[in-house]
Every structure is written in structure tokens, then in C-alpha cells.
Design a protein around this ligand. Structure first.
Ligand SMILES: [Zn+2]
Length: 276
């Protein structure tokens, strides 16, 4: 398993004597870690083991200190309270190995984007425009309910992405992913708008691109939202982002798969298609 950020061991305390109580302890631990994951503090799956009679989890965190109470959501606080009932004390977090370079924070980002395609992991989907590095979601001043919707969106995108390869539904699913006016994209773009409101700086929505127009047409393709020119200069910061429309708040990439013109046209209204 490849992880993101530093790895920690988390010692929750000794196992209860009674087996039913041990099951309760374990489910309390899972719920606590899941609430941290939904808030972007923990990244990826945990490993729960028993070491010297204590429940001990190994998790990857966004950055050193990401587990701190100052970043807690209401869910985490409630789950923390449950752990106190079972163990008497809070979990003890220890960093294992060296600490990664600290991530960028949204206050330092001139613009950001939401990319739920390349990262279905909720804690990693908000990216700094300049560097393409993930921003800790728990630092964003937005209420928990809205963050939860963002996470739901990420999971939905992940499911669609997997379904895209299923064959039968390929093009229907592709339209849902690639058309900026599809219900899925509309809801993702609405979330980008909410993030923009919360942070007071531009937040774009990453529009996946796979099928490509032939040759130079791909580089010249207009913004599917407004038909405007949106190609970025080649020396732009963050080379992942090849296209950016300020008016539509969309960013995108070059397609990789040439020779599938009908598929490359998906996401474009007919009047917006480049002349072939
Ligand atoms: Zn546009």
C-alpha cells in the first residue's frame, strides 16, 4: 500500500476482558478513524493490530499534527468521547519515521482546484493551483455538512470511474464524467463554488479528458462550458493543468486516446465543436 504523508502509530489502550466489550472498543476505533478520514486528517486505510495487549492502529496522516483536537470535526469529537468511555484516556499518537515536507495551506494559494478523478481519497481532492499539491481539507473554514458532500462526491466519482471500464455503459458513464453540464459535474462545480466562497479565492473544477481530437485540434479545443479559448501557456506553473477557463471555473488536461472522434466530442455542445 502506498501512503500519503507521515505514518503514525496510535495506541488506544488495553483490550477489555469481555469479548463483547472488545467488539465495542474496536467499532469505536473504526468510527473515530473514519471521522478523521472524512475530515481529510487521515489518508487511506488503517491497519488495526494488538500490540502488548493494546489496540494499536497504523494510519497515514496528512501532515504531522493533523490529528490535533484543533482540527477536529463534530463527528470526531463525538467519537473521541466514545473512546474515552471505553479506554479512560484518549489515543496516543506517535509519528513513525521522518516527517514529510509540510503541505501548502490554502491561505498561500492564489487559486485552487477540486480533482476528484485522480484522487478519490477525500483528504486529497483539493489542490493548490500553483503546485498541484493537496491542501489539508480540515484547514478549510467550511461547515462539516458541506465537507461531507464533497466526500460523497469523491466517492461517487470513484464509482463512476470504475464503471467507465465496464464496457456496456462506457459512453453513458463517460458523458457523466466528461460533460461539464452532467448532473455529476454540476454538483462538483457547485461544491467548488462553495469552497471558493469559504476561502475567498478562485476554486476550479477538474474536468477529466481521455479521448482526444486529432493532432493540433486537441490543443486548440475550446472550453466546453463557453466555447472560449482556454489553453494555458506551455511555461505555466503546474504542468498538469493544460486548460483553464476563468469564467467557467474549469481546468482540464489533454486527451490521450486519439482516433475516437465521437467520444472526443462528448461534453461539447454541437455548436462548440472545433471545425474538423
Ligand atoms: Zn469557459
Amino acid at each position: 500500500m502506498i501512503t500519503h504523508g507521515p505514518v503514525c502509530s496510535v495506541n488506544f489502550g488495553p483490550l477489555a476482558k469481555d469479548e463483547a466489550d472488545r467488539l465495542e472498543q474496536r467499532s469505536g476505533i473504526y468510527e473515530y478513524i473514519e471521522s478523521l478520514r472524512r475530515n481529510g486528517q487521515v489518508i487511506g486505510e488503517e491497519i488495526l493490530s494488538i500490540i502488548d495487549g493494546n489496540f494499536t492502529a497504523f494510519v497515514s496522516v496528512f501532515e504531522a499534527g493533523a490529528w490535533g483536537a484543533e482540527h477536529s470535526s463534530r463527528d470526531t469529537e463525538r467519537n473521541f468521547g466514545e473512546l474515552l468511555k471505553w479506554f479512560g484516556v484518549g489515543p496516543v499518537w506517535s509519528l513513525i519515521g521522518s516527517e514529510d515536507e509540510a503541505p501548502p495551506h490554502w491561505q498561500d494559494s492564489p487559486w485552487l482546484y477540486v480533482d476528484a478523478v485522480n484522487s478519490a481519497e477525500p483528504g486529497l481532492l483539493l489542490l493548490d493551483g500553483a503546485t498541484g499539491r493537496s491542501i489539508p481539507l480540515y484547514t478549510v473554514p467550511m461547515d462539516q455538512e458541506r465537507k461531507e458532500r464533497l466526500i460523497f462526491h469523491a466517492r461517487n466519482m470513484d464509482r463512476l470511474y470504475r464503471l467507465w471500464f465496464s464496457g456496456v455503459l462506457e459512453m453513458e458513464v463517460w458523458r457523466e464524467l466528461a460533460d461539464p453540464l452532467s448532473p455529476t459535474a454540476q454538483s462538483g462545480r457547485e461544491m467548488a463554488r462553495e469552497l471558493e466562497e469559504a476561502m475567498g479565492r478562485p476554486v476550479y473544477y477538474w474536468l477529466i479528458r481521455h479521448y482526444s481530437f486529432a493532432g493540433a485540434l486537441e490543443i486548440q479545443r475550446p472550453c466546453p462550458g463557453c466555447n472560449g479559448s482556454w489553453v494555458r501557456p506551455p511555461d505555466s506553473e503546474n504542468s498538469e493543468v493544460k486548460f483553464q477557463c476563468h469564467a467557467c471555473r474549469l481546468v482540464s488536461e489533454f486527451g490521450k486516446d486519439e482516433g475516437e472522434d465521437p467520444a472526443a466530442e462528448i461534453g461539447y455542445r454541437p455548436e462548440f465543436l472545433p471545425v474538423i
